[in-house]
Design a protein around this ligand. Structure first.
Ligand code: NAP
Length: 361
């Protein structure tokens, strides 16, 4: 089957490299264009990029010339891992030019007509693309976003519990250093240390989950009616964000009810057969000292969320620990899954019919 060309923006960074690693042998997509800053533009990818993942970049990508930000792109699909300030103007411009943009950056997440997609939870929010096309006069372009990486384990774990009426959430994160990009946090700051501040993170963690877990209305998402308090910390772990979550419910479930809801969770039907969809979406671990980043972050090729330590909470109702791989499920893998959903739902023009499950409205 012919593959769809994708362009990677911010291809030389921590998330960009994950895109390239995850797209090697992808059944639908082929990396055709790589874009980075003026520092890298004009060089072969292998020379421009300090590859920080295992092994080497795939040879087909290693030899691609890095394009500058203002290059005319040919790929119908653009996967973005740019810094927020750069993405802010460029991503809508690319969508206006007809590209389908799946972004990791925070710049447009809270726009009313832009979905924050985690397809296994809220695949129906993709219909906001019809709204943005109407609002913005985009004919074939689109802009969808992946959430902040810190909240992924929490929102995935809470999605099957919404039926109990999630009302209050307290979140304490322990976030890996790869979440700060490359070179990220200086080693003299993070070794033998914990940094109890990550700029802008707590605001995102207190807002985005309410949109992701909210209900789609005709032209916007009604935010989940819940209060969230977040405290975000950087810890000396390479990959994998660990979160301690306490939850208060309208109708308090038993611990067994919660475990049963997690075990039965199959996610939104439109997401189940996408190539990057996690199977299972959630794993519960009984180990008294799990999940742990080093031992559990690769579950489901980095796409599965691991939860554990479910117990009663003396302040709210229950508490648990969640773990998600920040550059896979929380960034590149999540944005690839979003692009797969857009293809399957008919939002990418001229995509092979075999990949398109249902035509867009
Ligand atoms: P990073 O390692 O610092 O990489 C940044 C990338 O953007 C590099 O390819 C860099 O190219 C390029 N870039 C920087 N300034 C540019 C400019 N002015 N014009 C064009 N390209 C420019 O950052 P990252 O961790 O991959 O994060 C990328 C985005 O994803 C950020 O918005 C971040 O918030 C978001 N995100 C990250 C994670 C994570 O776990 N790391 C998770 C979720 C979301 P050069 O190499 O040429 O400088």
């Amino acid at each position: 089957m012919p593959k769809l060309d994708v362009a990677i923006l911010g291809a030389t960074g921590a998330v960009g490299q994950r895109f390239i690693q995850l797209l090697e042998n992808h059944p639908w997509f082929r990396v055709a264009e790589v874009v980075a800053s003026d520092r890298s533009a004009g060089k072969p990818y292998a020379e421009a990029c300090r590859w920080v993942l295992a092994g080497q970049p795939p040879s087909e990508v290693a030899q691609l010339n890095v394009l500058p930000l203002d290059a005319e792109l040919n790929s119908p699909i653009v996967l973005s891992a740019l810094p927020g300030d750069v993405a802010k103007t460029l991503e809508p411009e690319l969508a206006a030019r007809g590209h389908v943009v799946s972004s990791n950056t925070s710049s447009h997440r809270m726009a009313a007509d832009v979905p924050i997609l985690l397809p296994d939870i809220n695949a129906d929010h993709v219909r906001l693309v019809d709204v943005q096309r109407r609002n913005r006069g985009w004919t074939s372009g689109a802009l969808v976003t992946m959430s902040n990486c810190t909240i992924v384990a929490m929102v995935v774990a809470l999605a099957p519990l919404l039926k109990f009426g999630v009302k209050q959430i307290n979140l304490v994160s322990m976030q890996a250093i790869s979440g700060a990009g490359y070179p990220g946090v200086a080693s003299l700051d993070i070794l033998d240390n914990v940094i109890p501040y990550i700029g802008g993170e707590e605001e995102k963690a207190e807002t985005e989950p309410r949109k992701i877990l909210g209900a789609l209305a005709s032209d916007h998402v009604n935010m989940l009616d819940a209060t969230i308090s977040a405290a975000c910390n950087r810890v000396p772990v390479l990959d994998g964000h660990l979160v301690c979550v306490s939850v208060g419910f309208e109708h308090k479930p038993s611990l067994d009810d919660i475990k049963a809801a997690w075990a039965a969770f199959e996610g939104h039907p439109d997401a189940r057969s996408l190539p990057s969809a996690p199977h299972p979406i959630i794993v519960y671990t009984d180990g008294p000292d799990r999940p742990q980043p080093r031992r559990d972050r690769e579950a489901g090729r980095g796409m599965t969320t691991t939860v554990g330590r479910l117990r009663e909470c003396p302040l709210l109702d229950v508490k648990f620990v969640g773990l998600s791989h920040n550059t896979i499920r929380g960034a590149a893998g999540g944005a690839i899954l979003n692009a797969e959903l857009l293809v399957a739902q008919g939002y990418v023009q001229n995509a092979p019919v075999a990949l398109t499950a249902t035509a867009a409205d």
